[in-house]
Design a protein around this ligand. Structure first.
Ligand SMILES: *Cc1c(COP(=O)(O)O)cnc(C)c1O
Length: 380
């Protein structure tokens, strides 16, 4: 049996039942389950606004676009971001002709507040903070920096579904302008592909809902036509929008998996503790910690070792497929202008390895994987 680094586990029968409902009534698109999922998500998280999308990537783009449009940012303005993330985070800034300005990461592989301060200049408009692996990092300090410098704050919460701090979802904290979640297939709340955008500001949410459906203003036909049904085509188009909204099939899966999110995250934490217990005794293995670890979603579990590539190969020989999250983005051609500006990210990028952590694994599996890791690093 091969062991994958990330693998979704769906509650198949319940998902099929919800999907069947969509197919039988003939409503698989926007509305119906998407509205129900948005309502359940707001209830679960405490966000006041939630709009269901076809991915977190489009959500991050919408977050940047709407903040830019509504606050009069200009092309060439800067957004401070992290090099240790999936490229979606940074592409979102480039889509809007803004400049990603990279700041270094801390011991949690989240943005490091002191370096963020150093990267602020007169063109800085916002910060994107990635809750790496579900970790909240030093988000509280980043919020303070944003307030002090009048910057907007976007939270890339692609890994943070279900992460709490003292019972509260960090995305709902005062000072976070918009939070984007991912429900992509290998995330800890898996659908197949979808995401959620949660604006603090109700007006931004309204603009977003137009943008995610081609810029169409659905209110206009209701307002202008008097009679309903037959005038549905008589809407106005206000923006050059996109086809970014989510659909009822994805929402159907999300509705089922959301019911199990706290339970599955708790199991992830148990597996993480198993790894912690074994790795803590090994001086050659550095575990990437998590603040508020007993409330972290633990979307991914990382260690840092000297011979990372060797370890990856060794594990693969034993049918264990570990991963790397992520390569320092300034090593990519398109972000190379900031190469060398984030020394810790650069070092960690060559040392980090994501060990398998998902709902198909038992504690025995985790012990076996951890022992293989220990075997390799001590033979080096
Ligand atoms: C997965 C991921 C995204 C993109 O999510 P999609 O739903 O696949 O578009 C963005 N940011 C981070 C940190 C991610 O891990």
């Amino acid at each position: 049996m091969t062991i994958q680094v990330l693998k979704p586990k769906y509650h198949v029968e319940e998902c099929l039942e919800q999907i069947r409902e969509c197919l039988e009534i003939g409503w698989t698109g926007l509305g119906f389950k998407t509205v129900e999922f948005e309502d359940k998500w707001k209830e679960y998280t405490g966000h006041e606004q939630a709009h269901f999308l076809n991915s977190a990537t489009v959500g991050l783009h919408l977050a940047v676009e709407i903040l830019k449009k509504e606050n009069g940012w200009e092309n060439g303005d800067e957004v401070i971001t992290t090099p240790i993330t999936f490229v979606s985070t940074n592409h979102a800034i480039l889509y809007e002709k803004l400049v990603p300005r990279f700041a270094d990461v801390d011991e949690y592989l989240c943005l490091e507040p002191e370096d963020v301060k150093r990267k602020i200049n007169e063109k800085t408009r916002a910060i994107i903070f990635v809750g790496y692996g579900g970790r909240v990092g030093k988000l509280d300090e980043i919020i303070k920096i944003c307030k002090d410098h009048n910057l907007k704050l976007i939270l890339d919460a692609a890994h943070m579904s279900g992460t709490r701090v003292n019972g509260i979802m960090p995305g709902t904290w005062d000072g976070v302008d918009v939070t984007v979640y991912s429900f992509q297939a290998v995330k800890n709340l898996p659908t197949a592909d979808s995401g959620m955008i949660c604006f603090k500001d109700k007006h931004y949410d309204e603009v977003c809902r137009k943008l995610t459906w081609l810029g169409i203003n659905k209110d206009t036909y209701a307002r202008n036509s008097g009679t309903k049904g037959s005038y549905k085509w008589k809407y106005d188009v206000e923006y050059l929008g996109y086809k970014d909204h989510g659909n009822s099939i994805m929402a159907a899966i999300g509705l089922v998996e959301l019911q199990y999110l706290d339970e599955t995250n708790a199991y992830r934490r148990e597996l993480a503790k198993c790894y912690d217990g074994i790795f803590a005794k090994e001086p050659k293995i550095q575990v990437i910690g998590a603040p508020y670890a007993d409330e972290c979603s633990y979307h991914i579990y990382e260690i840092a070792v000297d011979n990372r590539d060797g370890l990856l190969e060794f594990l693969q020989k034993h049918d264990i497929y570990a991963g790397v999250h992520y390569r320092d983005n300034t090593e990519y051609e398109m972000y190379a202008y900031d190469h060398g500006k984030c020394p810790n990210a650069h070092v960690m990028s060559n040392k980090i390895l994501t060990v398998p952590l998902h709902m198909h694994l038992t504690k025995d599996d985790v012990e076996m994987i951890a022992n293989k890791v220990v075997e390799f690093v001590n033979a080096c």
